[in-house]
Each structure stands twice: as structure tokens, then as C-alpha cells.
Design a protein around this ligand. Structure first.
Ligand code: FES
Length: 380
């Protein structure tokens, strides 16, 4: 029997009034939990049962993520979790680490059971790779903590579908016990002997090889790259982890002369305090009057007036409950859209790659209209 979806504090849940279920890109679909499996001391993998129709709607690319919604006592919580299995096997599984004080992850760890139904948005995200079965690519992934979640999906996929490609994972954790997916990674090595190399670093547990002790930061990655890799031959760098680690690895690769177009990254967590708004943005936002914004979403256009101090996704949410968002902090890119017309000012853009910005993509949870008229396209 299907059990009710339960809230962290115990009160009964009601369907969220804020966003309709099952309504295109920003809508939610109820998926039944089929398995909750420990994958580290403080992390679990949550798998879902899919009907044939749901299998079609939840078709995904390796590296994509799911946004989950929990409504408790009238308050809506949304969290984004990466898919940790390869596509094409009829499975849909996410990895969830329990965060101190994290309402959603605590619920998943302490209360979620097989048979519960979770509200889930269709897969999204652009931390993906273009597969070529004939290619002889050399992938290097650098992951810290739960940042391994999308990486394991990508590496398993490329090793399976690109029979001549090779992959290395530089994987940083605090301890062996806190390391997610150790068994799956060992299995990956067994299935692809000679094509997959795993190098583990621990910051709070000593290993005999001194080089493997410490955080996976700028210096460590530079050291590892020089000692273990033929840098010239690496054509795909994939970085996933918290903000300071990501910035450090990018600096290391820049200093090693790695071309920027070989580096992809996905931010998992922002620990630092967000930077102050720049003066230019503050001045721009102080402009009087409202802006007219048109948003294309799921093939439908909506035009509305909004104050410049508000974020575009919040303006859209007043009339379109299906406007896609999750973190509202510039981290997850669920709210990404292309700026088709006009000008905007953005606060934090952690989730945008430089090339996405060049291509005109914005994060609508961070974007304020500067021009009198703005057009954004969520379908782009
Ligand atoms: S909602 Fe997460 S970046 Fe905008």
C-alpha cells in the first residue's frame, strides 16, 4: 500500500498551493520510492519506481539532477539532488547526504521509507557530456564529497558507451566512512580494468602515502595532475564540489595551461557568505518605475509588470505557478533562461559557466530587469 508522504516534524502534508503538480517543466510528479540504501555513514541513495509513462518523462542525461518538493505546515521546501546512476537502464536514483540542520536531508534520512511518494520535477541540468562511441577521450573528474553524485553517473556512462575512452577520478573526502559510493566505484574499476583510475584523498584520516592526505584544493590538484596525468591528453575536465574547491581547481587548471573549453563544473554547495551587491547593480536597481517582462515557458508566453528590485522568477511566479526554481541562491540553475531582449542585472551567478553567459543565459532567480522591456525564454 502506498503510504502518505510525511513531513519532518510530523504534521500532515497538503498539496502545495504554490506550484501545480504535473504541469510541464516547473511542475511536479509524484514518484514512489522503491529503495533507500546507505552509501556512506551519512548518505543514502533513494531510488524511484517508474511507470512506462514516467520512464519517458524522466528520461535523463548523465550528470543531470532532480528537484524535489516537500510541503510541511504550509511551507514549501525545494532541494536539488543529482542522479547517480547511468541513463538507459530503467533506473532513477539520487544521492542524498545528511546536512547538519538540513530540513530536507534530515527528512530523507530519518523518515523517508520505501513506498512513500515524493514530488519530483523532471530531470534538468547542463553538466553533461556529448557521447561519441568511436571517441578515444581522456576524462578527468575532480569531485569532493557529495559532488561525486553526478560524476559517477557520467563516468559510468562514458566507460560503458565510449569503449575506447579512459577516465580518472580524483576524489576528496574527510574519511573513508564519509565517502559516498565506494562499492560502486570499486565495481566500476572491476568492470573496466585499465580504463578507470580512482585516486582518493582524505582530509581527516591519514593514509600511508603523504600525497593523498589533505583537502583536494588548488595545490593538491596541481600536484596530482603533474604526478599522475598526461595533462595534454586530457580533453574533458569535470569538476564538482563546494565553491572554494571548485574555484581552487579552476585556478590550478588555468595555471597548468588547460584550455577553458575543456573544463566543465557543477557547484554543489556555497559555504562562503555571498558577495555584496556591486555598486553598479545597486544603482541600476534604484531606477524608478516598473519593467514589462515577457517569459516563454513550455511554449506559452506570459507578460507581466514588475518592480526592478524583484527577481524575474518571482515576478513570473505571481501568475505562473509552474515557473521553475529550486535554491533561489544562484547555485542550481533550475531557473535558467535565455535573455532574448533587454538588459538585466544579476546578483550571484555561481551556476553559470562563462560560455553560458556568453550565450545569453541568465539565472532568473538572480536577475532584475534593467531595461523597460525584457524577454526571457525558459524553453531555450
Ligand atoms: S533557483 Fe537555483 S539558481 Fe535560480
Amino acid at each position: 500500500m502506498r503510504r502518505a508522504f510525511r513531513a519532518p516534524q510530523g504534521p500532515a502534508l497538503t498539496q502545495a498551493a504554490l506550484a501545480p503538480a504535473d504541469s510541464g517543466r516547473g511542475g511536479f510528479i509524484g514518484l514512489r520510492v522503491s529503495e533507500v540504501t546507505p552509501v556512506a555513514d551519512d548518505a543514502v541513495a533513494v531510488s524511484f519506481d517508474l511507470s512506462p509513462e514516467q520512464e519517458r518523462r524522466f528520461d535523463f542525461q548523465a550528470g543531470q539532477h532532480l528537484t524535489l518538493r516537500l510541503v510541511t505546515a504550509g511551507v514549501e521546501l525545494r532541494r536539488t539532488y543529482s542522479i547517480c546512476v547511468p541513463p538507459g537502464h530503467g533506473r532513477l536514483t539520487i544521492g542524498v547526504r545528511k546536512l547538519p540542520g538540513g530540513a530536507f536531508s534530515t527528512f530523507v534520512h530519518d523518515q523517508l521509507r520505501v513506498g512513500d511518494v515524493l514530488e519530483v520535477m523532471e530531470p534538468a541540468g547542463h553538466f553533461t557530456v556529448a557521447l561519441d562511441p568511436q571517441a578515444r577521450h581522456n576524462y578527468v573528474a575532480v569531485a569532493a564529497g557529495s559532488g561525486v553524485t553526478p560524476v559517477i553517473s557520467i563516468l559510468e556512462t562514458v566507460l560503458e558507451r565510449e569503449r575506447h575512452s579512459q577516465a580518472t577520478l580524483l576524489y576528496g573526502n574527510r574519511t573513508v566512512g564519509s565517502t559516498m559510493f565506494l562499492d560502486q566505484l570499486a565495481d566500476l574499476k572491476d568492470r573496466h580494468p585499465g580504463r578507470f583510475q580512482l585516486v582518493e584523498f582524505f582530509s581527516r584520516e591519514r593514509q600511508q602515502v603523504e600525497f593523498l592526505n589533505g583537502r583536494l584544493d588548488q595545490a593538491k590538484v596541481a600536484q596530482a595532475a603533474n604526478a599522475l596525468l598526461d595533462i595534454e591528453r586530457v580533453d574533458n575536465w569535470l569538476i564538482c564540489g563546494p565553491h572554494p574547491m571548485l574555484a581552487g581547481v579552476r585556478r590550478a587548471l588555468e595555471q597548468l595551461g588547460v584550455p577553458a573549453d575543456r573544463v566543465r563544473s557543477e557547484l554543489f554547495f556555497v559555504e562562503d557568505a555571498p558577495p555584496e551587491r556591486t555598486q553598479a547593480v545597486q544603482q541600476a536597481l534604484a531606477r524608478p518605475g516598473e519593467a514589462m517582462v515577457t517569459a516563454r515557458l513550455d511554449g506559452r508566453e506570459t507578460t507581466f509588470a514588475m518592480e526592478r528590485s524583484a527577481a524575474i522568477v518571482d515576478g513570473l511566479l505571481r501568475t505562473r505557478g509552474d515557473a521553475p526554481f529550486s535554491c533561489k541562491g544562484g547555485v542550481c540553475a533550475t531557473c535558467r533562461a535565455r535573455l532574448v531582449e533587454g538588459e538585466v542585472a544579476m546578483d550571484h551567478t555561481y551556476a553559470l559557466e562563462p560560455r553560458e553567459r556568453e550565450d545569453g543565459f541568465i539565472l532568473t532567480c538572480q536577475a532584475h530587469p534593467l531595461s523597460d522591456r525584457v524577454v526571457v525564454d525558459y524553453d531555450a
